[in-house]
Design a protein around this ligand. Sequence first.
Ligand SMILES: NC(=O)c1ccc[n+]([C@@H]2O[C@H](COP(=O)([O-])OP(=O)(O)OC[C@H]3O[C@@H](n4cnc5c(N)ncnc54)[C@H](O)[C@@H]3O)[C@@H](O)[C@H]2O)c1
Length: 332
Amino acid sequence: MKIAFFSTQSYDKSFFEDHNRDFDFAIDFFEVPLTEQTVNLAAGAQAVCVFVNDRVNAVVLEKLAAQGVAIVALRCAGFNNVDLAAAARHSLPVVRVPAYSPHAVAEHAVAMMLTLNRKTHKAYNRIREQNFSLAGLLGFDLFGKTVAVVGTGNIGQVFCRIMLGFGCRVLAYDVAEQDALKQAGVIYMPLDALLPQADVLSLHCPLNEHTKYLINDKTLARMKPGAMLINTSRGGLIDTRSVIQALKSGHLGALGVDVYEQEESLFFRDLSDHIVTDDMIMRLMSFPNVLITAHQGFFTQEALTQIAQVTLGNLKAFTEGKPLTNAVRPNK
Ligand SMILES: NC(=O)c1ccc[n+]([C@@H]2O[C@H](COP(=O)([O-])OP(=O)(O)OC[C@H]3O[C@@H](n4cnc5c(N)ncnc54)[C@H](O)[C@@H]3O)[C@@H](O)[C@H]2O)c1
């Protein structure tokens, strides 16, 4: 089987080439993302392998199917960038990596929270300039604070357990509650009840029609003044305009985001000698209490290993006509 691999970064190539020794697929690595303009690069391939910001919409899927592509393999967990109804219309199965190291993303959320709280990013720069003052670096004990989680799936539940380990009171909202988490001490409640109590709110639910702009003017107003918001899930969970207003007014105390709604045109590339025309991210970057990372939650050795193994395993199952256990269903 030939795989057209889009949005290739150097680390993708090295991990996939390494693990492909056990599978022996022919892989064409393309640095460009999959879009309506680049879809023809997949001609002659039976599979495409894509990541979070590749555009797998109805037009692209129609062209892929017409070119003989028979399967779409996501090398990520989220699938909000795929038109699943269109894929089904073209009988194109969509497979993903449902649970690669949930620890990678959960631990990154914790890293963002600790950085924003204890301002280690500022201390690092300060010390390098021989500025040993502590002014402006004051944080708070996480012990005893209330941390709220939206979405207690693979990543959210790991995050909850880490927070319980810190001695936090952990509240959660999910459409499906986990008994094991309740037994561990997590208290489930409706979103509306959880928002005013949270000192820190961390988002771990998928982006879909129910969760788009989950954080908006109304939900932000319900949040405790000075609370911290962390989003390592998908940018579209947050209405960035509302968050900027809440930061300007001081109602939102701190924001950590590993994802951004318009990240497609920014993340995973070096734009240091370009003029960035996205005014919203520039405004976000200007706040001293905002930390932005460029979708690096997944970026650990363990996660990249599992991503390569599971993605190639998904494609092997397809070539052998075996059940696709990691297929995304349109109604999921
Ligand atoms: N930053 C990164 O590098 C990175 C890496 C992997 C995943 N992610 C994101 O993290 C998200 C969570 O991943 P996961 O593996 O834990 O997914 P998961 O499917 O295991 O868990 C998602 C949870 O959200 C819940 N949920 C669904 N709809 C909801 C709603 N309307 N309100 C509240 N909860 C709802 C589900 O019931 C489930 O428990 C993914 O969707 C993806 O967008 C980010």
